[in-house]
Write a protein that binds this ligand. Structure first.
Ligand code: G3H
Ligand code: 13P
Ligand code: ZN
Length: 336
């Protein structure tokens, strides 16, 4: 058993309480390799932003649980080296799909876990989430639950259509499970293809596709239900904005990502100012990484040292993470 406190990590409790009051969101960036981790920590340390290092089941299988635990510790030490005296870094399991997986992460240095029972019947979701909370809280580990289903693929759980979160269920769910934060469905989805062109309208001035708005009425409905208890930390998954420059970079240098479209940053900015305390971003990092590597190979066909092309990818990701922290989520300077 390795408790996250021995690694210098923190749970989400204080982080979310501050974000809820302060009207900003904490970035939760997925990672599965060294360059992503270095880029996330560099951006967070430079901007003094609290940050959640997020690992999916697939990423954990790819990178190895033991290596990840020490990468979590390395993140804290590296942040200090970069001049961040008291790093506020969470190591979080994204989309945990069983009690056993959550327990394994809790026992091996994670400071926060998500148990995603959103695809289960309500009572089963409650029971599973409560079981994880009861175990996690013994070790001061935070738990994220989920109500409502995102369109697209939720890790290994596939959902063709959104089922928006029902505001009538949220207080009952949070009270009976004891979860520390709640992921909700308001129209975001995972991946780089969040909307089909048919679902979008076209801006007559720019000719660009404009996705349908998020269901802010559902978010407001959820927030209203939590008003009596002074609010509750809400999580948004599927919140990559799929920046045009990275899609273009991929496509210009041999990629094929037609009609990739994400959540407009203006909507994420608006959400960050509400009870949304955690915003999940994975695809944008994949796009920045891949775009930079493709460009590098096209411009330097003679290069074969991974430090050359991964170095470019890392630079591009630092730029992207910094932009999210400073201009989208508003978390800059919130962990001085
Ligand atoms: O929510 C899904 C995340 O983007 C993780 O994706 O399961 O391919 O690692 P993954
Ligand atoms: P994106 O695919 O939009 O980056 O979403 C990531 C996510 O929700 C991870 O849980
Ligand atoms: Zn997700």
């Amino acid at each position: 058993m390795v408790n996250y406190k021995e690694l210098g990590l923190v749970n989400t409790k204080e982080m979310f309480a501050k974000a809820l009051k302060g009207g900003y969101a904490v970035p939760a960036f997925n990672f599965n390799n060294l360059e992503q981790l270095q880029a996330i920590v560099t951006a967070a340390a430079t901007e003094k932003s609290p940050v959640i290092l997020q690992v999916s089941k697939g990423a954990r299988n790819y990178a190895n649980g033991t290596i990840l635990r020490y990468l979590g510790m390395a993140a804290v030490e590296y942040a200090k080296e970069l001049g961040w005296e008291k790093p506020q870094i969470v190591l979080h399991l994204d989309h945990g799909d069983s009690f056993e997986l959550c327990k394994d992460c809790i026992d091996n240095g994670f400071s926060s876990v998500m148990i995603d029972g959103s695809h289960l019947p309500y009572e089963e979701n409650v029971a599973l989430t409560k079981k994880v909370c009861d175990y996690a809280h013994k070790f001061d580990v935070s738990v994220e639950g989920e109500l409502g289903v995102l369109a697209g693929v939720e890790d290994e759980v596939s959902a063709d259509h959104h089922t928006y979160t029902n505001p009538e269920e949220v207080v009952d769910f949070a009270t009976r499970t004891g979860c520390d934060s709640l992921a909700i469905s308001i129209g975001t989805s995972h991946g780089a293809y969040k909307f089909t062109p048919e679902q979008c309208t076209r801006d007559p001035k720019t000719g660009k596709l404009v996705p349908p708005p998020l269901a802010f009425d559902v978010l407001e409905g959820v927030m209203k239900k939590f008003e009596k208890q002074g609010g509750f930390p809400i999580v948004l998954h599927g919140s990559s904005s799929v920046p045009e420059e990275y899609v273009e970079m991929c496509n210009t240098y041999g990629g094929k990502l037609p009609n990739a479209i994400g959540i407009p940053e203006s909507e994420l900015r608006k959400a960050s100012k509400s009870a949304v305390c955690k915003i999940n971003i994975d695809s944008d990092s994949r796009l920045a990484f891949t775009g930079a590597v493709r460009k590098h190979f096209a411009e330097h066909p003679d290069h074969f040292d991974p430090r050359q092309y991964c170095g470019d990818a890392r630079k591009e990701m630092i730029k992207m993470y910094t932009h999210k922290i400073v201009n989208v989520l508003g978390s800059k300077g919130k962990a001085e």
